[in-house]
Design a protein around this ligand. Sequence first.
Ligand code: SDX
Length: 433
Amino acid sequence: MSEAAPATVTLTDDATGQSIELPVTGGTQGPKVIDIRKLYAQTGMFTYDPGFTSTASCQSQITYIDGDHGVLLHRGYPIDQLAENSDFMEVCYLLLHGDLPNGEEKLKFEKTITYHTMVHEQLLNFYRGFRRDAHPMAIMVGVVGALSAFYHDSTDIADPTQRMIASHRLIAKMPTLAAMAYKYSMGQPFIYPRNDLTYAENFLHMCFAVPAEPYRVSPTVARAMDRILILHADHEQNASTSTVRLAGSSGANPFACIAAGIASLWGPAHGGANEAVLKMLAEIGHVDNIPAFVARAKDKDDPFRLMGFGHRVYKNFDPRAKVMKQSCHEVLGELGMQDPLLDVAMELERIALEDEYFIEKKLYPNVDFYSGIILKAMGFPTSMFTVLFALARTVGWVAQWNEMIEDPEQKIGRPRQLYQGSDSRDFVPVHKR
Ligand code: SDX
């Protein structure tokens, strides 16, 4: 039986009548791609796609998102099933290695991560260079970048073993560094990691324990923290992951690449939205004020946006937001806490989801809309919310970084442009200007 002809699309330049055929490739799920790698050589033209709204930057097997149906799969497993039945260490193994670990693999992985949680004692000096009121994300960009100066034994990125050691170190040390950033801002002594605690318990202990007395980690809070880490672990080619891939494509030090990812995540349009949501809810203050803020969000002349709403990919509910909303009620209920901001959030969600503007633009609550309320209930200041996002997303960044390096089609990322500047002109000496 004859092979099906390879799929192609034909592009015709009406100005010249020239036509070219471009290959079309399909994946296991989701939109097909038009392979334009030969476009410039054959036409002398680039594609133009600011913000990459229609551009696939790579092939990947890690995470699949279907924005129209609110689907998020990690190596094929739906996020709600992982959040309900798995734990963050299993999800880390899944993202890094492609499948869930068996019992023996899980224990070995957990032990490997546990025995990398301490940081070099000299790293403590980096914190003391910051003002006490420095934003914890500024500290994280600095100290994670500084890690690149401490591990010259695992930066030959061509060596898979060294890549995995660097990946384990980053996953293991992020909670320690994040907790130290929090302690430094509080003026409290750093708390060292403990090997008898789980990943989430260890992080909470390093954040909230003090040397003066024993600290008991609440199982409810630890379970909620573990679930929040799962929900933020990876998300396809978002801005910060694309930053890590682009930085890594030059062969840069992996710790420096993750620092670049942290910098990108900090933006309020990305991971900084969880902090911005809490500030917005506090600014709204009461359900009676919601209509005025929704009107501002719809006003083209007003730069105000409803933080925690909208997404480049999800044009339906963000499946993570659904799980986060359920956890929000569980955690506040089990902690016996009331938060008027939760009432404002729920009423804001109800009003926005009934509003024509949000329906027409398909703006739904995203992962950041409810996370801040849970983190606030756990005792974290809003300035720490994006740090927790970075902590969780580190496994996604390192998994995508490894995949990029292992990709035989990988080369240094170097986009082009549509030039709109001056034509060539001669220099004019200053006395003639
Ligand atoms: C994350 O990419 C990822 O996967 C990210 C993330 C991850 O896990 O890595 O999911 C995490 O970053 C979630 C998003 C968190 N950000 C916010 O909540 C900030 C508020 N949301 C937006 O700024 C916005 O929705 C973005 C940035 C999330 C998406 O922006 P897009 O895809 O570039 O869409 P757009 O800005 O072009 O908006 C489309 C329209 C615009 O109106 P028109 O120009 O068509 O008239 O919708 C409007 C926007 O004005 N709009 C909003 C809005 N978001 C978009 N209007 C009011 N409030 C909002 N929140």
